[in-house]
Design a protein around this ligand. Structure first.
Ligand code: C2E
Ligand code: CA
Ligand code: CA
Length: 898
């Protein structure tokens, strides 16, 4: 692993410090340059080193937080205090060349450093400890302190006291060895309790070593001062230099990123042994001293007694601590056992209460464990099953399948197999069960095959029912649109697109049957249609009902298009015979759209194509077949564009009304006009209402459009009426949608009031569809219109689902005979008879009759002869813009009448 800059830097520093220490040491030992020089070198070197160490500690403090920061800051303060002492010494001795007074300023610096260093170490965060352990660490500290004190007493303190110095001098000289004792005690104590996960542990250990070196040096200084005499610049000075070099290194020692371990830390073996080292040394010193001098002073004896006392109490404390630890351990074990027991009880309850049967079996399917829940699920008590081989007791159908499943899971450990098998309930019913077999033979906790079995009978049945419902039409039992689509996907993917064609069917006039005869009759009709469709297709073709009166057929064959055409032909033929619904015979035809998979990119497009073709068949008058061709799509696009444009047409005033005169067949006079809307499309030119009224109805735009037409026609009628003596009738077409959305009677009342139109001169034309849909509601609306005084005309009479009964019920005033009947006049007598009947019918109901679409004089003559009341048609006049219509009104066209 490449070394990082951070690890390389301290190593370089170690090397540098080592070189400096070595140079310093050599200088001191060899006394190079004489006493003055080496003393100067010693002074300057130590000052430099303490300053460096102090700065390093400050830098480190800045990078720390909390207690750690304080530790390093106090340590830095210690270094600087020492700097002060050393500088004072150097300046007095080297610069001023005087002898350093004792005690003097330097001593304040040297000794002042000790409490700061000790404080720093005592501030190091220590782990939380239980009471006995805490007490033991205190005793340990006392043991260390008393051992060191004894050693110091024997080597330094006692001789110093003998010297006879008095007062401050004695106190200061004793201060050095005592500082040593304090420093070493604090260091050993701190290292003993230091947390292993303290990120500064390494650095603090190095500081500790430095402080030990300092303490030993101080004591040595005191010893030398007592027994010999101290001169600076000797080997001893290396001790202080090294001590601060170690502090410098420690401050630069990188902090370790260690995960903080919570909870009490176990005591380290090192920590337990630490106090015995000074004791051992103290014992050796004490014994040697007694042997050499042959006497023991009181302090010596007291110290020894205290030490013995401390050792004994420490042993006692260790014992207590062990007891405490053991108790904690026992409690933890008991807790864990209780937890395991609770867990097992919980598990057992879960298994017993489960809606599954849980069992453990041997490899040969012999049941070794069986949960009691099996009785709830399958009725059998667990004890009846235990010891039996599952493959034998599950019956002829399930047994072999379970055996095969077991063979499969035995292939490897932890293999799982799920299978559905019929199992006999104790009450005799055979229920479908889902069994999961897991091979846990190798799992020491189980050592068997685990079988989880649940009853899925009802769920399965429900699922099947739901599936059937989703895939079948409730009324006819035919496949639904969803199933149709699925089969279509299968067919297209299975046989290739060239071999599939579909037919979409829509019954013509079914809505009218439903509306007039009721839903029950409609349903009956649909069922019969479904039967005939099924009979008309080939075996294997899918017939589906999409809803309403829409059906679909999938034709799969090598000549799909031709075969689909043939099927469509057969369907048309099958529908030819009228259907019997109750008393009635109803003719039903279908508009059929055909599309081939070859023309579509996917199934959705294929269905869209068939839909388009079906609409084409429908708009071609119904009862026919249309095959999809791409032009239809562009037709659709045009229609959608038209719809979008229509929304803005009203606002942009692109709509205009043309007026077609109505003529009295007896007098030849113009009695009124029919208002017919046209659309001046900005790009497509004049558009016929046939091309946009449908779209307006589909989008609901017919409501505002119809209101506009009504207002405009009334306005125009009032304008013409002002200059004319005759009361002019204005006929306005209304769509059945205007009855459904909004209140037509209210709209009419509003417009009439607004324009000043005499309401008796307004005629509303509507087709039979108004009478056929939502009958009661429409009847009420018609009556409200009638009450206003409006004239009502039945438009296109004869083309719809005309029921004479309706005509009697509804308050109609006028019958407009459809153009298709007028068309046939002039040749065949039979067709004349039809129109004659309609005219008579109108007369018998008290209705006026209007003939539409008169294109020649012959037709006009026949209608006059049949005593039809009014006439309209290109022969007389095309629908005209308002100004031209106004002219015709003045001129009249009596010339065209006979
Ligand atoms: P409609 O109510 O049956 O109107 C008569 C249609 O027959 C008009 O077509 C008229 O131009 C046409 N016509 C009149 N005389 C002759 C003739 O001698 N020969 C032929 N071949 N045709 C003749 P137009 O104006 O294209 O209107 C078509 C249909 O659009 C109307 O049929 C009506 O149902 C609907 N429509 C027109 N204007 C409106 C309207 O303002 N509101 C509603 N809801 N529908 C309208
Ligand atoms: Ca009309
Ligand atoms: Ca008409």
């Amino acid at each position: 692993m490449p070394e990082s800059a951070a690890t390389r830097r301290p190593r370089a520093l170690v090397a540098l410090v080592a070189v400096l220490v070595a140079a310093f040491g050599i200088c001191m030992v060899t006394g190079w340059g004489g006493a003055t020089v080496s003393s100067a070198v010693s002074g300057a070197g130590t000052v430099a080193m303490t300053v460096a160490a102090g700065i390093a500690c400050l830098v480190r403090a800045r990078g720390c937080r909390g207690r750690d920061r304080t530790v390093w800051a106090v340590l830095a303060a210690g270094c600087f205090v020492y700097t002060f002492g050393e500088s004072a010494w150097a300046s007095i001795e080297t610069i001023h060349g005087r002898e350093v007074p004792f005690p003097g300023l330097p001593d304040a610096g040297y000794l002042g450093m000790v409490p700061l260093a000790a404080l720093a170490l005592l501030l190091v965060p220590t782990p939380r400890q239980p009471a006995p352990q805490r007490l033991r660490t205190v005793v340990d500290a006392a043991m260390i302190a008393s051992s060191l004190l004894l050693i110091s007493w024997l080597l330094v303190l006692d001789p110093m006291l003998d010297e006879g110095a008095a007062g401050l001098t004695r106190a200061v000289s004793l201060g050095y060895p005592l500082s040593g004792v304090v420093l070493v005690t604090v260091v050993l104590h701190t290292l003993a309790v230091l947390r292993r996960d303290n990120p500064h542990a390494g650095a603090l250990t190095v500081v500790g070593v430095g402080m030990v070196v300092l303490g030993v040096s101080d004591s040595a200084y005191a010893y030398i001062s007592v027994h010999h005499s101290y001169t600076s610049g000797g080997l001893l000075d290396t001790g202080w230099f090294v001590a601060f070099a170690l502090v410098l290194l420690a401050a630069r020692h990188p902090a370790k990123a260690v995960a903080v371990v919570d909870g009490p830390a176990e005591p380290r073996a090192f920590a337990l042994l630490v106090p015995y080292v000074p004791i051992l040394l103290a014992v050796i010193c004490s014994v040697t001293f007694s042997a050499v001098t042959g006497h023991t002073d009181a302090f010596h004896a007291t110290c020894r007694a205290v030490l013995i006392l401390l050792v004994v109490s420490r042993q006692l404390l260790t014992l207590l601590e062990n007891r405490h630890l053991t108790r904690g351990l026992e409690a933890r074990v008991a807790e864990r056992t209780a937890e395991l027991q609770a867990r097992e009880l919980r598990f057992r309850a879960l298994v017993q209460q489960s809606s599954e049967s849980v069992a453990i079996a041997d490899a040969d399917s012999t049941l070794r464990y069986q949960s009691d829940s099996v009785e709830r699920v399958f009725g059998w008590p667990a004890r009846m099953l235990l010891g039996h081989r599952l493959v034998e007791i599950t019956g002829r159908r399930a047994g072999p399948r379970i055996a095969a499943a077991i063979d499969a899971v035995l292939a490897g450990p932890e293999r799982v197999t799920v299978l559905e098998v019929p199992l006999r309930h104790q009450d005799g019913q055979v229920r479908l069960a889902e069994m999961t077999i897991t091979n846990l033979l190798d799992d020491p906790a189980v050592g068997g095959l685990v079988l989880n079995t649940r009853d899925v009978h009802d769920a399965k049945e429900l699922q099947e029912r739901l599936m059937h419902e989703a895939y079948h039409d409730g009324l006819t039992g035919l496949p639904s649109r969803a199933l149709f689509r699925e089969r279509l996907v299968e067919a297209v993917e299975g046989t290739g697109t060239d071999d599939v064609a579909i037919l979409f069917l829509d019954l013509d006039g079914f809505k009218e049957v439903n509306d007039s005869l009721g839903h029950a009759a409609g349903d009956l009709l649909l069922c019969q249609v479904a039967e005939r469709l099924q009979a008309a297709v080939r075996e294997g073709d899918t017939v589906a009902r999409f809803g309403g009166d829409e059906f679909g057929v999938i034709v799969e064959s090598l000549a799909a298009r031709a075969d689909a055409e043939a099927v469509a032909g057969r369907i048309a033929a099958a529908l030819e015979a009228p259907f019997r619904v109750g008393e009635r015979e109803l003719p039903v035809a279908a508009s059929i759209g055909l599309a081939c998979a070859a023309d579509a990119e996917d199934v959705d497009q294929l269905q869209r194509n068939a839909d388009l073709a079906m609409y084409r068949a429908k708009s071609g008058g119904g009862n026919g077949l249309a095959a999809y061709d791409p032009a239809m799509l562009s037709g659709l696009v045009r229609r959608l564009e038209l719809e979008a444009d229509l929304r803005t047409a009203l606002a942009r005033e692109e709509l205009v009304l043309h007026y077609q005169p109505t003529v009295d067949l007896r007098t030849g006079e113009i009695t009124g006009f029919e208002a017919l809307v046209r659309w001046h499309h900005p790009t497509r030119g004049m558009i016929s209402p046939l091309d946009f009224i449908g779209a307006a109805e589909a989008t609901g735009l017919i409501v505002p459009l119809g209101r506009w037409v009504l207002r405009e026609a009334c306005r125009q009628a009032v304008a013409w009426g002002a200059g004319s003596t005759r009361p002019l009738k204005m006929a306005v077409n209304v769509s059945v949608r205007q009855f459904e959305h909004g209140d037509l009677a209210a709209t009419v009342a509003e417009v009439v009031a607004e324009t000043g139109m005499p309401v008796g001169q307004l005629c509303l034309e509507m087709t039979e569809s108004v009478l056929l849909t939502d009958t009661e509601e429409n009847l009420a609306q018609l009556q409200r219109l009638k009450a206003l005084g409006v004239t009502l005309a039945m438009d296109d009479f004869g083309t719809g689902y005309s029921s004479l009964a309706y005509l009697r019920r509804f308050p109609m005033d006028t019958l407009k005979i459809d153009r298709s009947f007028v068309d046939r006049l002039g040749g065949d007598r039979e067709d004349e008879a039809l129109v004659r009947t309609i005219v008579r019918l109108g007369q018998s109901l008290g209705m006026t009759t209007v003939a539409e679409g008169i294109e020649d004089s012959e037709q006009l003559a026949v209608l006059q002869e049949l005593r039809c009341d009014y006439a309209q048609g290109f022969y007389l006049s095309r629908p005209l813009p308002a100004d031209e219509a106004g002219r015709v009104l003045v001129e009249g066209f009596a010339a065209k009448m006979h």
